[in-house]
Write a protein that binds this ligand. Structure first.
Ligand code: ATP
Length: 307
């Protein structure tokens, strides 16, 4: 008790909490392990993912009173398939991820995984079932090996290396001065954007979770890097239930299902073929814009920068 009144210790504790908060903010989603402050509901059970089917059922959510961000969103992400989420900026796409990971709980409706309402499961078990590949992969100061192993701390060296191979990362890792033991500067300053992304994909592969959340990068990579990242992503998406906030046309066109969000509403859903043929649909407009842009870039001979 005396310690609790010791101002130096209290300050030190405040400092630690601030640092933890900063680290959590930076790594949010990417690591997904439960922060100690987040309490589970009494009687929370451990999530057991069998098929990995995710249902959003009339999900409503606002960050602040009187400004709803999700206004009753329902759709199914089929087990083992890829569901692309598209829509204008601010439509609520990232918020779907935040709710699925339980950084927040819905104000109404529910999200279930294999029929189980995720508000009744422990956050730890939920987040262990999910891997996240973000637009801006977070790399910490440490070796490449440690950065990959962060996806699952008990992974063996052989598992880390197998993940790196699948992620098309091994070739450039072995070219580094110390191979897997090469230290990367904070946020991987010594690596290119495509290399950082492939380390982040290796991290997701080593995590081996049945559900994958992918926030596709908007920044352009050079063509070779792009192809390697895409192949790595195809491998990690294979057989996992994948939800992808899609920015690239090819991702959307190849997705098993497309969900179009606008201003917190699901306005359309279906396959590319079904949606592209609705002349006044938001998706058809998005598709036309993207193809025209791609064509004009091709005509101008520039590299495509997808948005
Ligand atoms: P983008 O493509 O620009 O990332 P998005 O479709 O992912 O957009 P969200 O990030 O889900 O949209 O944001 C939906 C709305 O919620 C926006 O109006 C945004 O300003 C707001 N918002 C998002 N995160 C927060 C937050 N932590 N606190 C308050 N408002 C937020």
């Amino acid at each position: 008790l005396l310690l609790a009144y010791d101002p130096v210790r209290r300050l030190a504790r405040v400092q630690v909490n601030i640092e933890r908060a900063l680290v959590n903010a930076r790594m949010i989603y990417e690591i997904l392990d439960t922060e100690p402050h987040q309490k589970d509901r009494p009687g929370a059970t451990s999530l057991k993912v069998s098929r990995g089917e995710i249902d959003f059922d009339d999900v409503r959510f606002s960050y602040a009173e009187n400004s709803p961000v999700l206004r009753g969103v329902s759709f199914r992400a089929q087990a083992g398939k890829t569901t692309a989420i598209v829509g204008p900026s601010g439509a609520g796409k990232s918020t779907l991820f935040s709710l699925l990971l339980r950084f927040y709980d819905p104000d109404g409706g529910k999200i279930t995984i294999d029929g189980e309402d995720i508000t009744g499961v422990t956050k730890e078990s939920l987040r262990h079932s999910v891997a996240y590949v973000s637009q801006h992969p977070y790399l910490f100061e440490g070796s490449i090996r440690d950065n990959i192993r962060y996806g699952r701390p008990d992974a063996t060296d052989a598992e880390v290396e197998a993940a790196a191979r699948l992620a098309n990362a091994e070739e450039f890792i072995l070219q580094q001065p110390e191979g897997y033991d090469t230290l990367v500067g904070e946020n991987g300053a010594t690596l290119s954007g495509g290399q950082r992304q492939r380390i982040s994909i290796a991290r997701a592969i080593v995590r081996n979770a049945p559900i994958l959340l992918l926030d596709e990068a908007t920044s352009a990579l050079d063509n070779e890097s792009e192809a390697k990242v895409q192949q790595a992503l195809d491998r990690v998406m294979d057989k996992r239930t994948t939800l992808v906030i899609a920015h690239r046309l090819s991702t959307v066109v190849n997705a098993d299902h497309i969900v179009v969000l606008e201003d917190g509403h699901l306005v359309e859903e279906g396959t590319h073929d079904s949606l592209a043929h609705k002349p006044d649909g938001l998706y058809a407009r998005f598709y036309r814009m993207q193809t025209e842009k791609a064509q004009s870039l091709l005509d101008g001979g520039e590299q495509e920068e997808s948005t």
